[in-house]
Design a protein around this ligand. Sequence first.
Ligand SMILES: [Zn+2]
Ligand SMILES: [Zn+2]
Length: 286
Amino acid sequence: MKIKLFGVRGSIASPGTETIGYGGNTACVYVEGVESHLIFDAGTGIRLLGEEILQDTLPVYLFFSHYHWDHIQGFPFFKPAYQQDRKLYLLSDHLPESPKSILEQMADPHFPVPVENLKAEVRVLPIEQGRIDIGELKVSTFAANHPGGCCAYRIDSPHGSFAYVTDNELFPPQQPTSTYEQWSAFLKDVDILLHDAMYLQEEQEGIHGWGHSLIPQVLQLAVDAQAKHVILFHHDPSRTDTQLDQIAQQSREWMKEQEGFHSQVFLAREGDCYELDTGILEYSPA
Ligand SMILES: [Zn+2]
Ligand SMILES: [Zn+2]
């Protein structure tokens, strides 16, 4: 199973000299299927992903965590959607609105190209009872803790497993949609856990209830779920490369101090590639 990160920021794209190392595009993660492409979220990172798959005509399964701007805004710039011989399936779960609602952003006066110009066969694919199989990839869904709702995904394959959990507050101030114990169970023994880790412990006060997790909470979850590798994702747009390097170092130190199980810690970086073969990870940095 091959996973490539195309957008790792939360909230808003943040290009600039201080963010060039980790990248400034918003949420978009690619998972290679058998004769298919799986994409998780259509943040601004999806533009470049679109360029990379333009030469083939494989079906695209585009999964949405939710429809906040940072997860949909790249869609009108996803060139495969304009290809005549392309099948493009939109999927989501645990949300009140259909994923088709992301097409509304192309309406006047917000975008010059009308939705009718999408030449691909765009179709909503329902997910029944939290499960859908795409070839050998078995995708399960889980309700995340986020204002307005959010959906997390776990993909199990014969080569390994990967979980995409963005915009999830593990300990929200109100009753959570999914409890910490339920998360631990859903993510049990996953090979790679990619999780929203937007905030530092010391930033907790102002942001409690915003629907994002603190870094130490995510590290603890990785340990409790015995996730072999954890990727911290959805970086705050103001976080510089230097700060993210420090977070990586501190997170690895935190992990080292734990007794018993250890997860290998990564910070999500645009262009990084993770390949799983029978649970063994090959990591290719951008
Ligand atoms: Zn977000
Ligand atoms: Zn959100």
